[in-house]
Write a protein that binds this ligand. Structure first.
Ligand SMILES: CC(C)(COP(=O)(O)OP(=O)(O)OC[C@H]1O[C@@H](n2cnc3c(N)ncnc32)[C@H](O)[C@@H]1OP(=O)(O)O)[C@@H](O)C(=O)NCCC(=O)NCCS
Length: 171
């Protein structure tokens, strides 16, 4: 299992306290409790109408994906899920950071970790972002993802999903 240790940026800035170590590692599954705690009531899932049955399906199907989690003192504060074998690349179906830890570099650290795993094996990463989720679109654009298509009204009638692609080097 590949494991990386670090600290969220904000905790590093506060040297008066012992900084909490952040660990990133792969995980065989995502639990229903983790999915519910991280996704329930949080956008984009709230606006897209995700509920108990969706979280149950995500947790159940996670054993067929590669999952990576960020933990602090054994508490999961972020996770991602992706699958190989999608259009000469991997499809990342999930990326979530606990709202209390957003904008502290956790999402970037997790994406660095996931992309490293993905680009060892394949040359593209694909993912979808809801058309209303402009913050996440900005986050991925800054990381080199480019919009390559619009999937009109894929999940709900009110919004589209934008397909993003990032190409690895040396493939
Ligand atoms: C999108 C998400 C994964 C980013 O994770 P994060 O830990 O907050 O991101 P980081 O702290 O590593 O941010 C790195 C940079 O990305 C950009 N960024 C991140 N979130 C942003 C937002 N909401 N709006 C604009 N830019 C954003 C900024 O440039 C940021 O740098 P800064 O904090 O110095 O301004 C996180 O906000 C999240 O879980 N959102 C809800 C779920 C989601 O949208 N998932 C992705 C699509 S399904």
């Amino acid at each position: 299992m590949m494991q990386r240790k670090g600290h969220p940026k904000s905790e590093l800035g506060n040297k008066a306290h012992t900084p909490a170590p952040m660990t990133i590692s792969t995980a065989r599954t995502l639990s229903l409790a983790e999915c519910t705690r991280m996704l329930q009531g949080s956008d984009p899932w709230a606006t897209l109408g995700y509920g108990e049955s969706h979280f149950r399906a995500i947790a159940k199907n996670s054993c067929h994906s590669t999952n990576a989690k960020v933990t602090i003192r054994r508490k999961v504060i972020a996770f991602t899920s992706f699958k190989f074998g999608f259009m000469r690349g991997a499809y990342m179906s999930l990326l979530a950071v606990d709202p209390d830890y957003r904008h502290t570099g956790v999402g970037s650290a997790l994406m660095d970790y996931a992309e490293k795993l993905i680009f060892l094996r394949t040359k593209n990463v694909f993912l979808c972002v809801a058309s209303f989720n402009e913050g996440a679109q900005e986050f991925f654009k800054r990381r080199g993802y480019r919009p390559v298509g619009v999937l009109h009204r894929l999940i709900v009638d009110e919004y589209d999903e934008i397909l993003f692609r990032k190409c690895g080097e040396d493939h």
